[in-house]
Design a protein around this ligand. Structure first.
Ligand SMILES: *[C@@H]1O[C@H](CO)[C@@H](O)[C@H](O)[C@H]1NC(C)=O
Ligand SMILES: *[C@@H]1O[C@H](CO)[C@@H](O)[C@H](O)[C@H]1NC(C)=O
Ligand SMILES: *[C@@H]1O[C@H](CO)[C@@H](O)[C@H](O)[C@H]1NC(C)=O
Length: 395
């Protein structure tokens, strides 16, 4: 790219004025004047084109019909415009504008270029990501196969170094509260921002307390090979399930379609678009599912059960431990992280994967406290399948 531009400049601008053949029979002073004028013009022209190249990108220069340019360059460049991910995750679009833009779907299903599908990791956080060193170890060496998006409190400013996969990946965020529609808005915002990159194929919602349970290639293959998206969706006839249904949601949603699940999902691109483009169910949930109806437990599972039941696995692949009882799942800290504990998370599960029995049922787990980082980093090479064996905990 760079060399193409400098060639253009060298060939068209730099040489011309000084290399013109001298006209004969004119007085010397006049010739000198003309030469000086042309030289000045050349300098101004080069300065202007350097400015244009630097501030308006290559296109404004490349797309001008310059001598010697093959027409195919313009065509390739035009397609690249649609393929290239946005250079930054910051933008000034409102949610309405963003969701509209993110809902664009190509109608020709075969991509006319080599598309390497990526996993978009969507971090729904309050602020810092204390477990980011573990994620960095997990992601290392897999550049080009994932992208990162972070939604946090709008006032939070991350401090990741430029070498980090998390550097400058904070999307324009708004305050979101558990159990309220603002939580679903934040999740839709994450999906919509990630949809702007046409290479993102799977969308994994995570919190700051989530960890990966296997190496990248295992997780990548599991997701890319799945016919179904991983959204929990169960029909709970009790007070915390159907008991939260409001009959004013009919006819868009009736009680037999009402579903419940934890919010942590892994969806493919098709379902991500379904969620982002929804204008039918959204107003019903916003108006009629308020505490004690916790909308983040019902909106996506119910809406997707109505819109695309054949694409749902009806289970999540994010492991969590409810066995300790109470209103919240267990949080694991430093003393909990042992070899035996990690073995227990990996073993003894059975589920269906692409309609076949499988023992690999969870790819991610929550909830882990910041103090769990050190033992997790230490055990990751032997028990999670990634990371540096000789990891120095101090760095
Ligand atoms: C990832 O883990 C799987 C299963 O443990 C292993 O077969 C594979 O070699 C690992 N891949 C890499 C790149 O380490
Ligand atoms: C709810 O919707 C389902 C599926 O469309 C339908 O079979 C059922 O009769 C409906 N129930 C009510 C009470 O409307
Ligand atoms: C998930 O549940 C829906 C109905 O709610 C059903 O149509 C679908 O087949 C289920 N998915 C799988 C993989 O069994």
């Amino acid at each position: 790219m760079q060399s193409r531009v400098s060639t253009l400049e060298d060939g068209n601008i730099g040489k011309d004025p000084s290399q013109r053949p001298q006209p004969r029979g004119l007085p010397m002073r006049r010739i000198l004047k003309v030469l000086a004028f042309l030289l000045a013009l050349g300098v101004v022209f080069s300065a202007v084109s350097v400015y244009i190249t630097r501030y308006y990108g290559l296109h404004s220069v490349v797309q001008r019909p310059l001598v010697g340019l093959q027409p195919c360059i313009e065509v390739v460049d035009a397609l690249a415009r649609w393929i290239r991910p946005p250079s930054t995750v910051t933008h000034a679009m409102s949610d309405e504008e963003l969701f509209w833009r993110a809902s664009f779907v190509p109608q020709v299903k075969k991509y006319p270029f080599e598309r390497v599908p990526k996993i978009a990791f969507l971090y729904l956080t309050i602020g810092p990501l204390p477990l980011s060193p573990l994620w960095e170890a997990f992601l290392k060496g897999n550049e080009g196969f994932f992208s990162i998006y972070i939604h946090s409190l709008p006032t939070y400013r991350d401090e990741f170094p430029s070498s980090s996969a998390f550097y400058h990946r904070q999307i324009p965020s708004q305050v979101s509260e558990w159990g309220k529609m603002s939580m679903c808005d934040a999740e839709r915002r994450l999906l919509a921002n990630a949809l702007l990159d046409i290479s993102n194929e799977w969308f994994v919602l995570l919190s700051e307390s989530c960890i990966p349970l296997y190496n990248f290639s295992t997780i990548y293959q599991y997701l890319m090979g799945s016919q179904y998206s991983f959204v929990g969706a169960f029909d709970d006839s009790g007070p915390y399930g159907r008991g939260r249904y409001n009959f004013l949601m009919a006819p868009e949603v009736n009680i037999s379609q009402w579903r419940k699940a934890s919010q942590w999902f892994e969806v493919n691109r098709e379902l991500a678009v379904t969620i982002v483009k929804d204008t039918v169910f959204y107003p019903k949930f916003k108006e009629f599912c308020k505490p004690h109806c916790y909308v983040d437990e019902h909106y996506f599972p119910t809406m997707l059960t109505i819109e695309a039941p054949h694409l749902l696995a009806n289970r999540t692949i994010t492991w969590v431990d409810w066995s300790r009882g109470g209103a919240h799942p267990a949080t694991f800290g430093k003393v909990d992280i042992t070899e035996g504990f990690l073995n227990r998370i990996h073993e003894g599960h059975s589920c269906l994967y692409n309609d076949q029995p499988s023992n690999l049922c969870h790819l991610f787990a929550r909830k882990f406290a910041p103090s769990a980082l050190e033992p997790l980093l230490r055990l990751a090479p032997t028990h999670l399948g990634f990371g540096d064996q000789r990891q120095d905990p101090g760095t």
